[in-house]
Design a binder for this molecule. Sequence first.
Ligand code: ADP
Ligand code: MG
Length: 356
Amino acid sequence: PAIELDGVVKEYLAHGEVVQAVKGVTLTITEGEFFSLLGPSGCGKTTTMRMIAGFEDPSRGTVRLHGQDVTNVPPNKRDVNMVFQSYALFPHMNVWENVAFGLRRKKIGEAEIKRRVGEMLEIVALTGREKRRPREMSGGQQQRVALARALVNKPRALLLDEPLGALDLKLRQAMQIELKRIQREVGITFVYVTHDQSEALTMSDRIAVMNDGLVEQLASPREIYESPSTAFVAGFIGTSNLLSGTVDRIVSGSAVLRLGQEGRVLVAGDGFQVADPVAVTVRPEKITISTEEPAGDLSVVPGIVSEVVYLGLYNSYAVSLADGAEVTVFQQNALDSTSTAERGDAVWLSWQPRHS
Ligand code: ADP
Ligand code: MG
């Protein structure tokens, strides 16, 4: 493993009160992995990163880098580098000098500096821009200089704290692809902090979803999207519907929930008891909307269409259930679609049990 956090806690004293910014994080990041810390503002992402880098000492717990306990090792003795949202380039230096700065300070020979800076500028696609100053470059180019400056030191892991936050959407999307390519090319561990779920889903091998100082789920993007383990994760990642019902009966390996008079939702898993209240989440695109009651081993819930929004490839439906809950459904518009539900229609929503 490249990075191991074991029961890491960070407490601050603010106005005489103890604030827990990080409440106990345990995770392992594999060498060469693109790993993201994802969560809303204030959940403890930056504090966690700063403890990995050594800018903050944990109040409790252990930080290990490449198998070595570094909990009390200063930042400059750790084999990691950090890139921030504010690129912090030296404004009076050109691109080449900015990237070479760290190597010069380490008294590395000129020939070696030339080779390494040249190689790095090629990787971040800035060859030919060596003489430019930061203010003569776009935000995306400046961020690539900051990246080259961090990577030229050959750290074994790079920590990036919302590095694309200052860029506009289009540039950000282009840089997401760039970053992923660069990471593959240099082959080192990237730990990426973001509050943007689509960014984390696009780039990461694995994601730790954080909430209120704790990791709520740690899994691949696909698992997090398709099988969120908590209501918070489901709500934070993409659009999701939260439905609540009570266990009506238990069949082998799963429970049948009752929702209202006619709704039945199948949930896999054991440990259910009859009459237990259970909340389930289901993604809008996993639900089928039909005007007749569907047959088969499906979860089926009746409702009334309260809104239809045409979105080109998709229609988005709002469907009201008997208990007042509103469910969002995305339904692809087939080329030959003739019959679609309209506002006011009584409909049946159905989905495969594995989707909730
Ligand atoms: P994130 O990066 O996810 O937005 P942070 O790690 O920056 O979150 O902050 C987590 C929590 O810790 C916040 O409530 C923040 O106000 C608090 N916090 C962070 N740094 C300090 C500090 N130096 N002193 C007091 N509280 C802090
Ligand atoms: Mg932060």
